[in-house]
Write a protein that binds this ligand. Sequence first.
Ligand SMILES: C[S@@+](CC[C@H](N)C(=O)[O-])C[C@H]1O[C@@H](n2cnc3c(N)ncnc32)[C@H](O)[C@@H]1O
Length: 215
Amino acid sequence: MVEHNAPTATREAYDAAASTYAQLFRDSLRDSPLDRAALGVFAEAVSAHGGGQVADLGCGPGHITAYLNELGLAAFGVDVSPAMIELARQACPDLRFDVGSMAALDITDGELGGVLSRWSIIHTPPQDVPAVLAEFHRVLAPGGHLLIGFSASEGPSCPTQIFDHAVAPAYRWWPDHLAGLLRTAGLAEVARMVREPQPTDRRQFREVHLLARKV
Ligand SMILES: C[S@@+](CC[C@H](N)C(=O)[O-])C[C@H]1O[C@@H](n2cnc3c(N)ncnc32)[C@H](O)[C@@H]1O
């Protein structure tokens, strides 16, 4: 079954692509002021509500986890790909990185002040995403914040849309549809940022950051 094999396939694909991915994206924030802004707002929201531990779920080579720490958060990374986690540990030996799946986190209920999922739910088949959002809700403390980054689908008539991601099968989401699933999971939208595609972008997709709070 595709659904059953999806996490394994994703792990194997990212294990194979890890060092290339790290080279391509490790410095990507430098040229992305809007991404830095979204992460900055997230960091301020978490800090304003008491801080606490923050999990970067699907952290890849750890560059965003490191940036969250630079912003003053106590952030650690989790990724299903052992090769990604190895690269993250090499790049940031002082930070914590764990191999694990965001569908079944080894984290106590209500332990976290924040969860970041940046282009990581894109690889979860849409029918499995509600369970992942429920897991985000479970590990967040009341009032804790989630920042979720993803690419937008073409329009409301395409609530989800598969696309040919270079590493593993991936899905775009219509932002209102994902916001509705977040609401159902007990995560109320606080704000969203939508970046229009630029002529130099490899893919002509809108990029979305949704900030939500556990109610
Ligand atoms: C497109 S990369 C994004 C990496 C990083 N978040 C960033 O913003 O550059 C997707 C990452 O999510 C990880 N991933 C995908 N599904 C996952 C899951 N179910 N649990 C944990 N990590 C997952 C992949 O291994 C990969 O490292």
